[in-house]
Design a protein around this ligand. Sequence first.
Ligand code: FE
Ligand code: FE
Ligand code: ZN
Length: 274
Amino acid sequence: MYIGAHLSISKGFRAIVEEAKSIDANTFAFFLRNPRGGAAKTIDARDVAEARELMAAHGFGRLVAHAPYVLNPCAAKPELRAFARETMIDDLHRLAALPGNYYNFHPGCHVGQGADAGIALTTEFLREVLPEAGETTVLIEAMAGKGTEIGRTFDELARMYDGVGDASRLGVCLDTCHIWDGGYDVAEHLDDVIGAFDAAVGIEHLRAIHLNDSMNALGAHKDRHARIGEGHIGFEALLRVVKHPKLAGLPFILETPNDIDGYRREIAMFRARN
Ligand code: FE
Ligand code: FE
Ligand code: ZN
């Protein structure tokens, strides 16, 4: 089982791998730059080489880098779309230092243009960005449907996926809090949810899981993450996600409101029952 948490890259790659090890994680997520989209730190080749050696020695799975939250690939203003495109391409070029991993992004908010227009813009965005992905696989994250977010339904994810043409560097990341808030009952009907995803997108395109409880009720469209077992989904349901045979081998990333000790505790909860 590959399980980890979203950690800070501020002390570098070797330090983040050491921190992951210290909480019994064997994968992790990170931002390459400030989540608001600021300048990225320069990547030190030696630091990355040491990190990669350490991960290989300790059997780490694939990492899941996260695009800055502020990017809106389907913004109405062309300059905002250009900023999203340039920032993401820059991140992808940096990730060439860590080949073979994942990079997930939020498909965006249509800001009143309508979901169809938003989906068309984000699909076009992917067509422009994916040729720069190198050996990284870009993952569309399923969203809660807060405000004008696109990518709430598996059908919307499928339309983006199917629209890009060459999808060899594209996959999907499901966030348990987001899809619960989006109306998919992962607590009581997990098999049906996985079946619906398989029918719409194809289970083979599911590459990573963000493992979060939710502060809100099913279908609330809120997107407020809760600690594992302290939300409306619950620990036993999230344990069924982690143990589901169709999700075996995926990286499970905690994005719960926690400090490092909280992440260590949550990873231990899952490892104790797996
Ligand atoms: Fe996210
Ligand atoms: Fe997430
Ligand atoms: Zn979220």
